[in-house]
Design a protein around this ligand. Structure first.
Ligand code: FHN
Length: 468
């Protein structure tokens, strides 16, 4: 009796202090449609995607003509949702086909803009939730061939990106407001049969995209949150397998996938499905992640497509540059969204931001491309990045301390050999236990800047270090 009492008391104590949950490993779930791999994908195509660090995503479709308004009423919620926001009937919405005629130079202009940004890859909405396709699809008329533009807008953009040396990823929304067989949930057998027709259509379209644009690097899926998709994880598994059969080196994020338990992105055993974590929409993690990941970011609040009337906070270039530095420091990619107008032109605010970020990247790109976490302790003056296999560190400074001293904590056994800002050699003060102060010149800094730190093993002889 006493033993029993003690046992249940200690069990209660364990439950109270949360020990049971932490210490007892959860039983592994046997999954047929879960993750296909543990850890990061190690091949060259994935390494290239990872090394890019900066990308651009473009939201363009019929909705771009409406600019967030319908019948003279402006809707503040996401402009690309105008059909849903304004409850526009199909027959009215489909009239936008008749006026879709962007500038013929738009594909080249956008590719050149992405290049100016310093992006290494571009994601473009081949079909957003509205269902309109930017390529002449054999499988639907709700596509560019039915518009005055007529020719293959997507193909022209893919070619323009090739000419600029940019990798292309194709955004494809599984959710489709236009296709009559799309279902949000499958309530009965009829729904099921219809949804299978939709899935066949989407599969054919994706195969068509790969056939038409064989050089694309990957797919960027969206609109997979409804129960019709997430409760049928095997469909997403089979689709991913099919695409990889056609092109094995494709990069595909985690948004497509659900497993048979309905878990999305990460399967029921906590393993990432797909090649990188794609859930970082308009937010960033707080520390480096074990898996690859990518953040997509809007300039205003939650507007992806063109909205004529931005409201709320609009990000400036330094805010976006800091997000880019933070993504790199935390081992992720940063992708900036642009929402061109229906005529293919881009608003001046976005062009200005691209120029400012691009100019910063021209000078400081070495601290971003091919870089990732430095493994150093976070400091409140900014972010540190490093190339894989190198102990040298880029300190990217966003908040200049009034003291003129940057605090830095190295890893055990390491010492700073030099600290440079452009061609200036900076003074270093050692404080013991791997703690350092680096003196930065007093001047007006108008943007973030990078100090290069040469870091060596403490056993090496350190010479020529200017001490205070
Ligand atoms: O609903 C879409 C939205 O319009 C936009 O395309 C973003 C991009 O990540 N994805 C969806 C919301 O998660």
């Amino acid at each position: 009796m006493a033993t029993q009492f003690l046992t249940s008391t200690s069990l209660m104590a364990m439950l109270f202090f949360g020990l049971v949950d932490q210490d007892v490993p959860k039983p592994r779930v046997e999954l047929k449609y879960g993750a296909q791999r543990e850890g990061r994908r190690p091949d060259a195509d994935m390494a290239k995607w990872r090394a890019h660090r900066l990308g651009m995503i473009i939201h363009f479709g019929l909705y771009s003509q409406a600019g967030g308004a319908w019948d003279g009423v402006s809707y503040p919620f996401a402009a690309e949702f105008i059909k849903a926001n304004a409850k526009v009937p199909d027959v009215e919405y489909d009239k936008l086909l008749k006026t879709f005629n962007p500038d013929r130079n738009a594909p080249k202009n956008w590719a050149s803009l992405a290049k100016q940004l310093g992006a290494k890859y571009v994601v473009i909405t081949t079909k957003h939730h509205e269902g309109f396709c930017l390529w002449p699809s054999k499988h639907t008329d709700f596509a560019v061939q039915s518009t005055p533009y007529k020719t293959d807008f997507l193909g022209e953009f893919v070619n323009a990106c090739d000419e600029e040396g940019l990798d292309v990823m194709l955004y494809y929304s599984i959710l489709d407001w236009h296709h009559k067989s799309w279902r949000y949930s499958l309530k009965d057998e009829d729904d099921h049969a219809e949804f299978m027709k939709y899935w066949e259509f989407a599969t054919l379209q994706l195969e068509e995209l790969l056939e038409r644009y064989p050089g694309v690097k990957g797919f960027w899926f969206d609109g997979t949150w409804d129960s019709s998709v997430k409760n049928n994880g095997f469909l997403t598994y089979e689709l991913e397998q099919r695409l990889r059969e056609i092109k094995p080196n494709l990069v595909i994020g985690s948004r497509l996938r659900a497993d048979e338990t309905g878990a999305r992105h990460f399967d029921a055993n906590g393993q990432l499905m797909g090649d990188y974590e794609q859930g970082w929409e308009r937010k960033l993690p707080i520390s480096p992640l074990e898996n690859d990941w990518e953040c997509v970011m809007t300039v205003p609040e939650n507007q992806w497509g063109y909205h004529a009337n931005w409201t709320g906070h609009v990000k400036d270039s330094i805010e976006l540059i800091e997000m880019l530095a933070k993504c790199t420091a935390l081992d992720g990619n940063f992708v900036l969204n642009i929402g061109p107008r229906g005529d293919g032109s881009i608003r001046s605010e976005e062009i200005q931001l691209v120029r400012e970020i691009g100019s910063w990247m021209d000078i400081n790109g070495d601290a971003i491309y091919n870089c990732g976490t430095s493994g150093l302790e976070r400091q409140d003056w900014g972010w540190t990045t490093a190339r894989e296999g190198s102990t040298d560190v880029n300190a990217i400074i966003f908040n200049v301390p009034v003291s003129g001293r940057l605090n830095l904590q190295l890893k055990k056994g390491e010492v700073i050999k030099s600290a440079t800002l452009g061609d200036k050699i900076l003074q270093i003060e050692e404080n013991g236990d791997g703690r350092y102060f680096i003196r930065i010149p007093k001047m007006d800094y108008d943007t973030a800047f990078v100090i290069k730190l040469q870091i060596v093993d403490g056993k090496q002889t350190v010479t020529d270090v200017p001490k205070i």
